[in-house]
Design a protein around this ligand. Structure first.
Ligand code: NAP
Length: 246
């Protein structure tokens, strides 16, 4: 595993699930982590407590990634306080499932606003900092639903496919400046995001996975750290699937 001592990593959705595992993995490797969450302050506080002495290098902020002025303000504070960031992990995401014909427009808009527009908001200001230092790593957490599709997830699948299109374009804009841009695409991962599914549904989904098990947040984090490290210098515009063969 690469050593990230001294590197500054910004992670959205850093206090629960996959984002939390990514934050923990970076902290273990010496990085300085700036983590965002939406509203669950209790989860944020308990994560900080769990980090023990690593908590000195963990700074948590409440910031809705879909709120452009709030993200702009956040980046201005980051620049004042920490000067720059080296790595952005755009991980915050939600689901609001329902068949398209019955889907309220609020559910369509909220999922696109957080998963896709939130990724744009974060990447826009991160690139501005990274260009100045001629180095950066940007990783969007997408989903296999982007290319597979799934009944009841038109909004989610569209947001995740959108992230991939954005990533491919951005990777071409920033390659000359040594800023790599990639996606990590986890399959079914046991987190609170899929807590609402019934035991029968979960068993049904498990059968769809050739490895017959869900992945762990840590397995996703390991892939993220690989793409963020020096061994991935020549990888940009790629989607790394972590899905047990889905
Ligand atoms: P999760 O357990 O529900 O955690 C979501 C995290 O994102 C929380 O920290 C939450 O903050 C934060 N968040 C939500 N909306 C936000 C907003 N508007 N602004 C800032 N932060 C926000 O989800 P997860 O399973 O770890 O999923 C993480 C990412 O992986 C998502 O993009 C998801 O689509 C993707 N993914 C997950 C799976 C899976 O099976 N779990 C599979 C493929 C892809 P609060 O705690 O304050 O709510």
């Amino acid at each position: 595993m690469a050593d990230f001592t001294g590197q500054k990593v910004l992670i959205s959705g850093a206090t629960r699930g996959i984002g939390k595992a990514i934050a923990q993995a970076f902290l273990e490797q010496g990085a300085f982590v700036i983590g965002l969450y939406a509203s669950n302050s209790k989860a944020a506080e308990s994560f900080k407590e769990e980090c023990g002495s690593d908590a000195e290098r963990l700074h948590l902020y409440q910031c809705d990634v879909s709120d452009y002025p709030a993200v702009e303000k956040l980046f201005s504070s980051i620049e004042d306080e920490f000067d720059t960031i080296d790595i952005l992990i755009s991980n915050a995401g939600i689901r609001r499932d329902g068949v398209l014909a019955m889907m309220p427009s609020e559910d369509w808009n909220r999922v696109i606003d957080i998963n896709l527009t939130g990724s744009y908001n974060m990447a826009k200001f991160a690139v501005q900092l990274m260009v100045k230092q001629k180095f950066g790593r940007i990783i969007f957490i997408t989903s296999p639903m982007a290319h597979l599709g799934f009944a009841g997830q038109a909004n989610y699948a569209a947001s995740k496919a959108g992230q991939i299109g954005m990533m491919r374009s951005l990777s071409k804009e920033t390659a000359k400046r040594k800023i790599t841009v990639n996606c990590v695409s986890p399959g079914f991962i046991a987190t609170e995001l899929i807590d609402d599914l019934s035991r029968d549904q979960l068993n049904e989904y498990k059968k769809m996975v050739p490895m017959r098990r869900f992945g762990t947040p840590r397995e996703v984090a390991d892939a993220v750290l690989f793409l963020s490290g020096p061994k991935a210098d020549y990888i940009t515009g790629a989607v790394l699937e972590i899905n047990g063969g889905l």
